[in-house]
Design a protein around this ligand. Structure first.
Ligand SMILES: NC(=O)C1=CN([C@@H]2O[C@H](COP(=O)(O)OP(=O)(O)OC[C@H]3O[C@@H](n4cnc5c(N)ncnc54)[C@H](OP(=O)(O)O)[C@@H]3O)[C@@H](O)[C@H]2O)C=CC1
Ligand SMILES: CC(=O)C(=O)O
Ligand SMILES: [Mg+2]
Length: 420
């Protein structure tokens, strides 16, 4: 289909039959005068006073426990850059759709029109009582690191910047499986991360957690190395001791992870990689290099993108709905590294299980663990069961949640019943 036709289809999808992609539903009967007197005044005053007495009652009498805020200031929207808060709204509504569809969580999208860290944090912390969790989205680096740190410190509900940690969780799972398929040892990998922003820095941190030792990171000025005087503290964490030429960086690399924008590395770079390379071009909507070109140059490669229209969709949709579901269900106070690693491992393991029939049909091809299927499909109904349960358990074991009498098997049954 031509680009013009796809663009028109995308606009029509968003405009008709009503503008946007998400709406609010009423969950109680409001048909009679009696119903109204319970839903609204005078009945509504009773739960208000119960919550005033004990704030935990908000989880019992309001929608808080199942409600996530998807919040952006529009400064790094997909790979489109700083397009502003309002223009980010279709993406934020989209994240809300994915929360609801894949994990049953309700979501409000909130676009905050400010680039000031102080102002952004004060808006988010002021509205936080409404929500059981806060998913920060598409906020550029380095501001995103300070924003997330402050909000995590201040709030007692899970706060996670999806582009950082959702992406880290899912790309770590994809790397673990790609290495297994390509018979590569994680500890001996040479990984080139192209990009040094929100997603790249947090992904590289989680790769280290699973044993990766050799990471070279590039930003718009080239290799991050100690000889540079323009590095912030986050980039400095990944600075190599010595300068390397462009050729040296890519020669014999096992893995390239693109988290930047289109055209930041090239087919010539891919050609220099070692045998059976792993090439993830994750920029959205346009990848650094399209898979057709990558595969033509390197038929031995395992290739992934962030998009829904190619095999191996390495996209944080495989992470955030399920991470928040698990964290919120056990009232975790934070989303820590143990929870992220548990999510990554559960995601990686799920790809190895036999694939249900409905997924072959949705994708129009046979899905089987291997080069063309390194990570589960977003439509896999087992994701919510496996990942959310792993996250909830890790929250309890790591002390992020103090929930007592947690029954993992019962919880898994409940999760399965939530997503039809
Ligand atoms: N597939 C997925 O699930 C996800 C994909 N992404 C994609 O990752 C990309 C980055 O997102 P995010 O981290 O949030 O954005 P940021 O704005 O925080 O980071 C963008 C990074 O790209 C770097 N960059 C720009 N040009 C080049 C270049 N020529 N060579 C190397 N690096 C370059 C920037 O360098 P500098 O620091 O010098 O400005 C910056 O470090 C986007 O395309 C986004 O769509 C993000 C999250 C999830
Ligand atoms: C997928 C996503 O969150 C991004 O590209 O920003
Ligand atoms: Mg994003």
């Amino acid at each position: 289909m031509s680009k013009k036709k796809i663009d028109k289809e995308a606009l029509d999808y968003h405009q008709f039959p009503q503008p946007g992609k998400i709406s609010v539903e009423v969950t109680k009967a409001v048909e009679t005068q009696k119903d109204l007197s319970l839903a609204y005044t005078p009945g509504v005053a009773v739960p208000c006073l119960e919550i005033e007495k004990d704030p935990a009652n908000a989880y019992k009498y309001t929608a808080k426990s199942n409600l996530v805020a998807v919040i952006s200031n529009g400064t790094a929207v997909l790979g489109l850059g700083d397009i502003g808060a309002l223009a980010s709204k279709p993406v934020m509504e989209g994240k809300g759709v994915l929360f609801k569809k894949f994990s049953g969580l309700d979501a409000y999208d909130i676009e905050v029109d400010t680039k000031s860290i102080d102002r952004f944090c004060s808006v988010v912390s002021a509205i936080a009582p409404t929500f059981g969790g806060i998913n920060l989205e598409d906020i550029k680096a380095p501001e995103c690191f300070e924003i997330e740190r402050r909000l995590v410190d201040e709030l007692d509900i899970p706060v996670m910047h999806d582009d950082q940690h959702g992406t880290a969780v899912i790309s770590t799972a994809a790397i673990l499986n790609a290495c297994e398929i390509a018979n590569k040892d994680i500890e001996k990998l040479k990984i080139v991360v192209v990009g040094a922003g929100a997603a790249a820095i947090s992904c590289a941190r989680l790769y280290r957690e699973v044993g990766v030792q050799n990471i070279l990171m590039l930003d718009s000025k080239g290799l991050i190395h100690q000889g540079r005087s323009d590095l912030n503290d986050f980039k400095r964490e990944f600075a190599t001791h010595d300068y390397m030429t462009h050729d040296e960086i890519f020669t014999n690399a096992d893995v390239i992870v693109g988290l930047s924008r289109p055209g930041t590395f090239h087919i010539e770079d891919v050609k220099k990689m070692c045998n059976n390379p792993i090439i993830f071009t994750l920029a959205n909507p346009t990848p650094e290099i399209f898979p057709e070109e990558t595969r033509a140059a390197r038929p031995d490669a395992i290739v992934a993108t962030g998009r829904s229209d190619y095999p191996n969709q390495v996209n944080n949709v495989l992470g955030f709905p399920f991470i928040f579901r698990g964290a919120m269900d056990v009232r975790a106070k934070e989303i820590n590294t143990q929870m992220k690693l548990a999510a990554s491992k559960a995601l990686a393991e799920l790809a190895k299980k036999e694939v249900p029939e409905y997924l072959h049909n949705i994708h129009g091809r046979e899905l089987q663990y291997g080069k063309e299927y390194i990570i589960p499909s977003p439509f896999d109904k087992r994701l919510v069961v496996e990942i959310s349960a792993a996250v909830a358990l890790a929250a309890i074991e790591s002390g992020a949640s103090d929930m007592k009498n947690f029954d993992l098997d019962e919880y898994k049954k409940e999760l399965a019943s939530r997503v039809k």
